[in-house]
Ligand binder design. Sequence first.
Ligand code: K1U
Ligand code: ZN
Length: 173
Amino acid sequence: MALLPIYTAPDPLLKTISKPVEEVNDDIRKLVDDMFETMYDAPGIGLAAIQVGVQKRVLVVDIVGKGRDDEAPQPLALINPEITWVSDDDAVYEEGCLSVPEHYADVARPAEIEVNYLDLSGARKSLSADGLLSTCIQHEIDHLEGILFLDHLSGLKRNMILRKLLKQKKIAS
Ligand code: K1U
Ligand code: ZN
């Protein structure tokens, strides 16, 4: 397994649309392994392939995480995910993003979803999610469409955060 570099905003790659996976093969399984390692290391509760520079419709989530004594990790990899149903009611969570380091904001999204995807053996699966898992999967599917949680905020707030990120990048380089 390998730790992958995480791209941060305003990198233009994060605004691109990821391509469907044509075959779930060993290359995809290796990518997923590396994404889990990178996500747990960050640490985060989700990661989309585009965040590590790979333009494929692959995401990983684990809202439990590693190293918690009271609960076993719940790693979930979704390939070519498609939301097939959303609830009418919304839920608001304070979201973060490994590609928008150190910034958090409340985002409203459908509270419950159903999503179809391929698992690591290439089998078609369906999943119902609510709570933080629903929010996290929607956040990661947004990444596959080139959408950041910042895009759900007012233009004023988004531009303020983007300016700060750009400044941090200039200082670091
Ligand atoms: O960048 C990402 O897509 C990962 C992001 C996922 C996410 C977080 C919150 C709401 C929706 C989606 C993160 O994991 S940010 C880090 C984070 O939330 C966290 C880190 C450690 C423990 C618990 C949470
Ligand atoms: Zn994110």
